[in-house]
Every structure is written in C-alpha cells, then in structure tokens.
Write a protein that binds this ligand. Structure first.
Ligand SMILES: Nc1nc2c(ncn2[C@@H]2O[C@H](COP(=O)(O)OP(=O)(O)OP(=O)(O)O)[C@@H](O)[C@H]2O)c(=O)[nH]1
Ligand SMILES: [Mg+2]
Ligand SMILES: [Zn+2]
Length: 280
C-alpha cells in the first residue's frame, strides 16, 4: 500500500501525489470509504493502491466544508478593493470561519490599480498580516512569497477577486482566469475545482470562489470564534457570554468595542451573523 496526498478531486476520481516517488496517480475512492461516510478531499493524506483505490484516509489536522479541503496551515483571504466591491462583512465571514478552526488568516487586497481606496490599515489595526497589492506598480508584495514556505496555504474569496491571478503571478503557473463581467454573465466561477500545487517549499491550494458562503459554525461556537473575541471572552463575567444582550460591565468584548480595540464595524458584523443563526 502506498501513501500520498490528494492534490485534486475530479468527478469521483482523485489525483494523489505519492510520498514515495512523488508521481501523481489517478484513483477512485473506495466503496468501503463511502459506507463509512468519509469522503476524501484535497489535502487528505491517504493510503491507496496505485491506479486503483483509496483505502484509508489518515487523520486530519483540520478540514473545511466549503471549500472542501483538509490539513491546512494558513488561509489567504483574497478580497478586491473594487470589482467586486469591497465588503468588510464578507471578509469577517471568512475570518470567523477560519479563526474558529485555529487556522491563521492572511489578508490580500487586490485591484489597487483601479482605486485610491485603501483598507490596509483597517486590518493592520486589528492585528492581521495584510498585503494590498498593485500589479501595475509592483507595490505591496513585500515578503508575500516567503509566507508560503513550508506551509500548506489555501486561497479563499468570492469569485472574481483575483485568487487565481495571484497564484499565477506568484507560482508562474498558467491557470485560467477570467474577467468578472464574463464569468458573472455566465453565472459561473472561473476556477471549478480545488487543486493543490507545490510552491516555495510548501503547497498552495486554489479554490473556486463563492457568490455567498454559508456558516459551518454553531451559535455556541460564535462568541469565541474570532481570535480576539476568544481572548477577551476569558474576561467576560459569565461563561458562555455571547457579547450580545449582556451588559457592558459584564462583557469584555463590548468594552473593547467601546475602547475601539475591537472595531465597531466588526462587532456589528458579528451581531448580524449571530442574529441570522439565532433566527434559523
Ligand atoms: N485590474 C486588476 N484586475 C485584476 C487584479 N487581480 C485580478 N484581476 C482580474 O480579475 C479577473 C478575475 O480574476 P481571477 O483570478 O479569475 O479571479 P478568481 O478569484 O480566481 O475567481 P474564481 O476562480 O471565479 O473564484 C481577471 O480578469 C483578472 O485579470 C488586479 O489586481 N487588478
Ligand atoms: Mg480562480
Ligand atoms: Zn462577552
């Protein structure tokens, strides 16, 4: 039995990179796995028989439902400043899902060449590593290449923000990209499948963008999902504080919002996510 890592999933088949010879083998999932309700996903380490079947999925460090990926170290959250329009709510939605799994997010803001808007300080102030990149002037890239070494990173963000464009630029690959007017007219995402490639001593995973994403968080997970909320929560008066209807004097998160350490805009995004979950 060989061991390897799933690098791509295509219509019931999986491309697996063998740990022994580093070649790619196309195999099927096995019926046994399907009965166990274990679906192999990109990033899974598996036991397989060359050109035959996956027999076993080895333990996962973490996994995401949408995009379907496993065993990642960091998430590159890509958001365009314009086209599609910037939305702090959408970024917070990605961040809360990612931080809930203790995966490190890094923010990349694209399309700086099309606007004088800047959001770099907004995220820097909140303690994030953030890049605002301009392909025209070559500004904003800084040490962006080096953050990928020895890590498995996935790119996430709505369709048309430039995930694949950035991967092509960094890794000198040639994956298809498309003008958003065209892709939106066709109602399709340009990148259709999740795929993992080697880059700079680590691995990067491109994913199809979303027009909307759904939470896989429960109401109980919400109050401690953002890292900054998780840390503050320890000083809220009551265990299980939702930082919602609780009184200001009892809630550290609310106090940090008042002190502008947590941004009001982020708190408002949090409340809107929470209220949507409560209404369900
Ligand atoms: N002007 C400008 N255009 C950009 C920039 N980044 C990406 N684009 C363009 O935006 C369009 C969408 O880029 P893609 O890389 O296909 O977007 P994506 O995020 O991979 O989209 P999906 O695969 O559908 O999720 C393409 O026409 C790119 O050329 C940028 O920084 N500036
Ligand atoms: Mg793409
Ligand atoms: Zn609280």
């Amino acid at each position: 039995m060989e061991k390897g890592k799933i690098v791509k999933s295509v219509a019931g088949f999986f491309d697996i990179k063998s740990f022994s010879d580093h070649q790619i083998y196309r195999v099927r999932g096995s019926g046994k796995l399907r009965m166990l309700d274990m679906k192999p996903i990109v990033g899974d380490n598996v036991e397989f028989v060359k050109n035959e079947l996956i027999h076993r999925i080895l333990g996962r460090k973490n996994f995401f439902i949408r995009p379907k990926i496993a065993n990642v170290d960091q998430a590159i959250v890509v958001m365009s400043l314009v086209e599609p329009e910037f939305s702090s709510k959408l970024v917070d939605k990605f961040l809360i899902i990612i931080e809930n799994k203790d995966v490190t997010p890094i923010i990349v803001l694209t399309k700086k060449d099309l606007t004088s808007e800047s959001k770099i300080n907004y995220y820097k102030d909140q303690g994030y590593k953030v890049y605002e990149i301009n392909y025209e002037t070559n500004e904003g890239f800084g040490d962006l290449v080096s953050i990928f070494s020895n890590k498995t990173s996935f790119f996430v963000g709505q369709t048309g923000v430039g995930k694949t464009t950035l991967i092509n630029y960094l890794a000198k690959t040639n994956f298809a990209t498309q003008e958003i007017s065209k892709s939106l007219n066709r109602g399709k995402h340009t990148t259709r499948e999740v795929s993992l490639i080697d880059f700079n001593g680590g691995e990067i995973i491109d994913t199809p963008g979303f027009s909307s994403i759904e939470f896989d968080l429960t109401i109980n997970e919400m109050p401690t999902a953002f890292k900054v909320f998780r840390e503050a929560s320890r000083e809220c008066k009551f265990a299980g504080c939702k930082h919602y209807l609780e009184k200001l004097e009892d809630c550290k998160v609310k106090q940090l919002v008042k002190q502008d350490i947590i941004k009001q805009e982020r708190y408002d995004n949090y409340v809107s996510f929470l209220e949507r979950l409560i209404a369900k």
